[in-house]
Design a protein around this ligand. Structure first.
Ligand SMILES: NC(=O)c1ccc[n+]([C@@H]2O[C@H](COP(=O)([O-])OP(=O)(O)OC[C@H]3O[C@@H](n4cnc5c(N)ncnc54)[C@H](OP(=O)(O)O)[C@@H]3O)[C@@H](O)[C@H]2O)c1
Length: 262
């Protein structure tokens, strides 16, 4: 059984998986740092967690698409005297449609949030996570990390990047006591689809948010968590099958699933 971390930074804590992770870690007695853009959501959640669990819950309002956002967050942690031993790199969003028609500003923002902020924040916090006796690093990827997907190409590529980085870090840090996990949910009813303005991402086995976060917490509780965890046996089966067929075949199946068949 894993010792609970003492203070966990959760990006994208204003809704969905991030808010659920915050509730779980606070229930274990960990202080939580709640990061996102929507101040009202973060403050309401912080008040709920402080009164229910008696932990310190600190909202930090930050646009992770802004230049040097990760460094700004680490500076803010220091300014607020917050010594963290856990990072849940969860914030992210999707854009859909053919890549040639994508809004270049949205492309840049997606890369900044889904890729750059995750990478820089992980790099900046990793030494202190490694020093901690019960450190935790979770990145939230997706079943989309397991294959290229026409019309959500950039999103799938960003999740593939994060999965690759996280799995390699799992190996680099093994034996250190740090728990590292790339969590890969399939579709779940969060605000993700309204933020993306599209249902195209709803491919695969849909599971409730608490089921997904349960799976992550159970994995972290193991003596030796796996490098990554696809949530839902059907999602895992599809990812496994995709490894066995030619790329053209898996691309065609993905295109059919997202409705991108033309
Ligand atoms: N739901 C699914 O079906 C699904 C499946 C697989 C993977 N995922 C992944 O799960 C993670 C969480 O998504 P979710 O499903 O929980 O969706 P969600 O409810 O839309 O949550 C996304 C979170 O990311 C934050 N965020 C987005 N852009 C941000 C920015 N520029 N700066 C700071 N925070 C930002 C949002 O906060 P603000 O808007 O307040 O900034 C929100 O808290 C994402 O990485 C997503 O790709 C979701």
């Amino acid at each position: 059984m894993r010792a609970a971390p003492r203070c966990v930074v959760i990006t994208g804590a204003s809704s969905g998986f991030g808010a659920e992770f915050a509730r779980r870690f606070a229930a274990e007695g960990a202080d939580v740092v709640l990061v996102a853009r929507r101040r009202d959501r973060l403050e309401a959640l912080a008040a709920e967690l402080e009164s229910r669990h008696g932990v310190r819950a600190t909202p930090i309002v930050l646009d992770l698409a802004a230049p040097a956002a990760a460094a700004a967050l680490v500076d803010e942690l220091a300014a607020q005297d917050l010594t963290v031993d856990g990072l849940i790199a969860n914030a992210g969003f999707g854009i859909d449609g053919r890549f040639a028609e994508a809004d270049p500003a949205r492309v840049s923002a997606l890369l900044a949030v889904n890729v750059v902020a995750v990478t820089e924040l992980t790099r900046l916090l990793l030494p202190r996570l490694l020093d901690a006796p019960s450190g935790v690093l979770v990145t939230v990827t997706s079943t989309a990390a397991y294959q290229p997907i026409p019309t959500i190409a950039l999103y799938a590529a960003s999740k593939s990047y994060v999965r690759s980085l996280t799995e390699a870090l799992w190996h680099e840090t093994r034996g250190s006591g740090l728990r590292v996990l790339a969590l890969a949910p399939g579709p779940s009813e969060t605000e993700f689809f309204s933020a993306a303005g599209s249902e195209r991402f709803k491919v695969g086995q849909t599971l409730p948010v608490p089921t997904v976060v349960d799976a992550a917490m159970r994995e972290l509780d193991k003596g030796a968590p796996r490098p990554s965890r696809i949530v839902g046996w059907r999602n895992a089966a599809v990812a496994g099958a995709n490894r066995l067929v030619p790329t053209r075949v898996s691309l065609a199946a993905a295109a059919r699933a997202t409705g991108a068949t033309r």
